[in-house]
Design a protein around this ligand. Structure first.
Ligand SMILES: Cc1ncc(COP(=O)(O)O)c(C=O)c1O
Length: 345
């Protein structure tokens, strides 16, 4: 049996409904590279959920969705502002800079969320040829710290960036968790707020290497088919990515999966928050719980439940829940955590 834990929502498997859909579409021959009925249907579904003006393209990884989004909306002399905790800043091995040429500028935040007040001082150097030209703001929804932007906060950011002629990108690897958390639809959290381009994630919510880039501005999308191909993300057997998005929307699988993951994070939070020795460091708004625990118990706890240390300096750890987290996972984890803390007394 594989070790269970709270390392990441991508440590969970694939939703059975998705596997079933893959089997259903696995008959006969269809044209490759997206010229097939399943892709057409999936594009249509995305338009239903995000608005008719949405223009989606499927890719394999969340990093690719982010990097290609930046390449499509920025020039090599542009800069991209993002929270210092963001995936594009810390977890993409410099791929955004390498592939797009844009300079990634990180901004420190308390909760992973950018706000106009934090960005204002960086809005300089427009038209000055020695300075990277501010081109894009990239936020994550939910954030890498498990916090969630309200629709109004996204609207404020969109208004702010548009005032400078810049674009707003959302890394929505966990947009489903944010939608459930805020009670808003995908459209209400993106196109209705004035978002220009979105990396829309499926993998963390029950799919298998199925992600997408969604444009809300036609002019940014018009060369994307070349950018995606150069970026090595044009799937020949596209029907198998598209079919997963069909399963994602069918009977609101996305919502059931994300609701479960979020509920499990709440349960985990309530199970550990008052345990002496545990200090919760972020508000639990989606499917992640962040906490400081004594550094000397971390490796013992990790040996039974897989999870990552977020900040090696202060012993902050990250516990992610997923669509398949069980109450038993949480109880066993809490009991072992308590046991290790008791042993220190
Ligand atoms: C916020 C965020 N964005 C994007 C990704 C996409 O990553 P990958 O390229 O591993 O699919 C992740 C995965 O950890 C993530 O947490």
């Amino acid at each position: 049996m594989n070790k269970r834990g709270f390392a990441s929502d991508n440590n969970a498997g694939v939703s059975p409904e998705v596997l079933q859909k893959l089997t259903e579409v696995n008959t006969g021959h269809v044209v490759g590279y997206g010229d097939d009925i399943y892709t057409a249907e999936a594009v249509n579904k995305i338009k239903e959920h995000f608005g008719r003006e949405a223009i989606p393209y499927f890719v394999f990884t969340g990093t690719a969705a982010n990097v290609l989004s930046i390449a499509a909306s920025g020039k090599p002399f542009n800069s991209v502002f993002t929270a210092d905790t963001s995936h594009i800043n810390v977890d993409e091995c410099g791929a955004p800079e390498r592939f797009s040429g844009c300079k990634v500028i990180s901004i420190s935040t308390k909760d992973g969320k950018l706000r106009p007040e934090l960005l204002k001082e960086h809005m300089i150097g427009f038209g000055f040829e020695h300075h990277s030209q501010p081109g894009l703001i990239s936020i994550s929804q939910s954030t890498e710290l498990g916090t969630v932007y309200t629709a109004d906060q996204i609207k404020d950011l969109a208004e702010f960036v548009h005032q400078y002629g810049m674009f707003l990108h959302i890394d929505g690897a966990r947009l489903s968790n944010a939608a459930v958390s805020t009670g808003k639809s995908f459209k209400e959290l993106t196109s209705d707020c004035g978002v220009d381009i979105l990396s829309f994630g499926g993998t963390k919510n029950g799919l298998l290497a199925a992600e997408s880039v969604i444009f809300f501005r036609k002019e940014l999308a018009h060369e994307f088919k070349y950018i995606r191909k150069q970026g090595m993300q044009l799937a020949s057997k596209m029907r198998f990515i598209a079919a997963q998005f069909l399963a994602f929307f069918e009977n609101n699988l996305w919502e059931r999966n994300a609701s479960h993951a979020n509920e499990m994070a709440q349960k985990l939070y309530f199970a550990v928050k008052d345990v002496p020795g545990v200090r919760i460091t972020q508000t639990v708004e989606s499917n992640g719980v962040f906490a400081c625990i004594p550094k000397d118990i971390i490796s013992d706890l990790q040996s039974e439940f897989f999870f990552y240390v977020w900040n090696e300096q202060n012993g902050e750890v990250r516990w992610m829940t997923s669509f398949d987290t069980t109450e038993e996972d949480i109880e066993l984890f809490r009991d072992r955590l308590k046991q290790l803390l008791d042993k220190r007394k």
